[in-house]
Design a protein around this ligand. Structure first.
Ligand code: EPU
Length: 433
């Protein structure tokens, strides 16, 4: 198995190109099921979750051709009404549930395995189901799969108020409603950049979706959508992770291919910690020279501080002066990485949704284990700022969402390498899951 070995304490200098947004790609790729003709989707991130989504689409009959400039050509005309997303693949990822909305839109019926993804506590999908039902579908869970079928020939527009501002439910309802009969209004909709990106993609194909990026989205269903070219937005969380890495390790790094507006919630907090961020049109420069300072952070839906950045900023705060408080108000259980940071010397007390971090002078390298995607990113951030060598196991979690993270970090002078180790070496260092 692969592990990352990181020798920390070296400031980072140089430039990193940010990839396309994983969570936007995971919504837009299934959305091609709604489109007649070929879609060319550009700025596709080469990460394993996206590869898995492409495999699922190929398995249900889509024709897929990857080009060498991170674009993919997709023609879903070969997908037929009875196609079922392969159970084993679909259950391995959270975003496979977008196939329900997309299949419902195109064929008025869907069968997809219950979703998997990072273990962040209870991750219900009741709001997705409520949306599909409001649009006129019967939804049942049978033998580990979700079965959804329109009660009439097609779905019908409806008013849907989301009880929680769920990104996944907002996206799934947009997908299902884009070709429904009449007007759908989603209230208390999620406002994340990838919700907007999905709406922009569908609108570029001829859909009529207004208000994405606000908490009220109006979708007037269209009979058909036409293929074309679309470029996915840059990944907010990938960029935020490298911003945190520079904050932890020190130095000066420019991130290219970003939308600075999407990063403002992260920038504001990292500046409180002592980083300096300069914004340009589609790049930012992050610098950190002095000591790290404490900060209090509460995660919130966009435009608040993202839950997907909470572990990485906690890694920075572990060696900041003073006592910081983190409140996780989006995910149910997102502190599983804390025990691993403690192996590196971090002083963190978790009580329910709150973590109190008592900053120490510096973390110390240790063998640690990534337990989910952003937990793994946090361990990399911690390791880059720590003294000594950190060996991170479970890196397949990290590769689900970060394209070429090792070479991108090597490019800014980080002492990081991927190495193959046997299971027994892994066991010897006590790093099993
Ligand atoms: N929720 C419900 N009912 C639902 C749906 C969600 O109660 O039907 C709750 C969840 O339990 C959670 C909150 O609502 O407490 C927000 O969940 P949301 O639906 O917004 O999350 P998601 O769609 O499952 C996406 C990202 C996550 C990211 C969250 C929050 C994708 C594929 N995943 O998940 O990304 O943490 O939004 O921003 O887009 C990651 O990339 O590492 C990742 C976990």
């Amino acid at each position: 198995m692969t592990q990352y070995a990181i020798n920390g304490g070296t400031p980072l200098h140089g430039t990193i190109n940010i990839s396309g947004a994983k969570n936007a790609a995971l919504a837009i790729l299934p959305a091609t099921l709604l489109v007649d003709g070929v879609c060319r989707i550009e700025n596709i991130p080469k990460v394993t979750d996206v590869t898995l989504m492409l495999e699922i689409l190929r398995d249900v009959g889509a024709s897929i051709r990857l080009t060498d400039d991170n674009a993919v050509l997709i023609d879903t005309s070969g997908v037929s009404a009875g196609s079922v997303a392969p159970y084993e693949q679909a259950r391995r990822m959270r975003a496979s549930y977008y196939l329900i909305g997309a299949f419902l839109a195109r064929f008025a019926g869907a069968q997809v395995a219950m979703p998997g993804g990072c273990n962040l506590g209870v991750r219900p999908i009741d709001q997705h189901m409520k949306g599909f039902e409001a649009l006129g579908a019967d939804v049942q869970v049978k033998a580990g799969s979700i079965h959804a079928r329109a009660r009439e020939q097609c779905l019908k527009g409806a008013n849907i108020y989301l009880d929680v501002q769920s990104v996944g439910a907002t996206i799934n309802i947009i997908l299902a409603a884009a070709m429904a009969d009449g007007l759908t209004v989603i209230e208390n909709a999620a406002r994340e950049p990838h919700v907007v990106d999905l709406a922009n993609f569908l609108n570029s194909a001829g859909a009529d979706i207004k208000g994405a990026g606000t908490d009220m989205i109006k979708i007037r269903g269209k009979k058909s959508l036409k293929g074309g070219s679309y470029a996915i937005i840059p990944d907010q969380i990938e960029a935020g992770t490298y911003m945190a890495a520079v904050t932890a390790a020190g130095g000066e790094v420019t991130l290219n291919n970003v939308i600075p507006k999407h990063l403002e919630c992260i920038t504001a907090k990292l500046e409180e910690l002592g980083a300096n961020v300069e914004e340009y049109d589609d790049s930012i420069t992050v610098r950190r020279e002095g000591k790290l300072r404490k900060a209090n952070i509460k995660t919130l839906p966009y435009p608040g501080f993202p839950t997907d950045m909470q572990p990485q900023i906690s890694a920075c705060l572990s060696s900041a002066e003073g006592i910081s408080m983190i409140t996780e108000s989006v995910a149910d259980n997102r502190y599983r990485y804390v025990d691993e940071l403690k192996r590196m010397g971090a002083r963190i007390q978790v009580d329910g949704k709150v973590a109190v971090i008592e900053g120490i002078r510096h973390l110390t390298g240790a063998p640690v284990q990534a337990c989910d995607l952003r937990a793994g990113a946090a361990l990399i951030v911690a390791a880059l700022g720590a003294q000594g060598t950190t060996e991170i196991g479970g890196v397949y979690h990290i590769e689900r969402g970060y394209e070429n993270i090792v070479s991108k970090l090597q490019g800014v002078g980080a002492n990081i390498r991927a190495e193959e180790v046997s299971d027994s070496e892994h066991l010897a260092s006590g790093k099993t899951g």
